[in-house]
Design a protein around this ligand. Structure first.
Ligand code: SAM
Length: 246
């Protein structure tokens, strides 16, 4: 029986690719890619020639018989998405579940994921955090989720498209989150990478333009941050040391 490798690829900077990722892409029999044209660029960059087929949101279940046939013939398949980690706001989870149910071994080949990259630099205490991926574009479910976010005490992570940033920030303000700290992480690992910390209201002013470009992760700080006197003392001491060094 074959196996499935769930392979993470870079989210911008191609140097973030791991040697294990390259080894896996070179050694598998076939690559199941979200967008074969996108993956072809990655393969060409690393000089890898490999048969691909498409496995995206709309055809993943139709691909099951083909995949099962490959596995029963002992073939290995690498699942990749356009950038980052498959199955995180990207297609693939149904295939992984079917593999588990059919005792096809599944191996993770870890690497970049915009969610964890943004969390790693936000400076907010984690855990706990809640990841909502992309909010629905409109409708009652979007409103329900925005209210839920306003009421959670967790750090909250969202993916957002640039042209919807202001609307999402505005919805958060409408729910009373004007003063909540937020990191807008833009173009992570790419040439125009930008990490912008502010309150939600100030982020609206800063990004108040139709010209926001690139890919975005939003990280909202937890609610009701009650820093203890002891924590404050430690933070001030650390700041003093930094000031003395500069
Ligand atoms: N599976 C991917 C991952 O592991 O990050 C995420 C796929 S999702 C379809 C694409 C979204 O991820 C983008 O709209 C953006 O919100 C976020 N994203 C991906 N790459 C990014 C980057 N370099 N900088 C900031 N956000 C990014």
């Amino acid at each position: 029986v074959g196996c499935l490798y769930v392979v993470s690829t870079p989210i911008g900077n191609l140097n973030d690719i791991s040697s294990r990722c390259l080894e896996t892409l070179r050694s598998v029999d076939v690559i199941a890619a979200e967008d074969t044209r996108q993956t072809r660029k990655l393969l060409q960059h690393f000089n890898i020639q490999k048969t691909q087929f498409s496995l995206h949101q709309h055809n993943s279940l139709e691909r099951v018989p083909k995949l099962m046939d490959l596995f029963h013939r002992g073939k290995s398949v690498a699942l990749v998405c356009d950038a980052g980690t498959p199955c995180i706001s990207d297609p693939g989870h149904a295939i992984v579940e079917i593999c588990h149910k059919n005792r096809i071994p599944v191996y993770p080949i870890p690497g970049a994921c915009a969610l964890t990259v943004a969390l790693s630099v936000c400076g907010f205490p984690i855990p706990p955090f809640t990841f909502y991926g992309f909010l629905p574009v409109k409708g009652a479910e979007r409103q329900r989720l925005v209210k839920e976010i306003a009421n959670t005490r967790h750090v909250v992570a969202l993916y957002e498209a640039p042209h919807r940033l202001i609307r999402t920030l505005n919805d958060l303000v409408q729910q009373g989150l004007s003063d909540r700290r937020i990191l807008v992480a833009r173009e992570l690992t790419k040439m125009y990478e930008e990490l912008h910390w502010s309150t939600v209201a100030s982020a609206m002013e800063y990004f108040d333009t139709d010209k926001v470009k690139g890919e975005l992760v939003l990280i909202l700080d937890r609610w009701n941050v009650s820093t203890t006197a002891e924590d404050k003392k430690k933070m001030f001491a650390a700041e003093d040391i930094l000031k003395a060094m500069i």
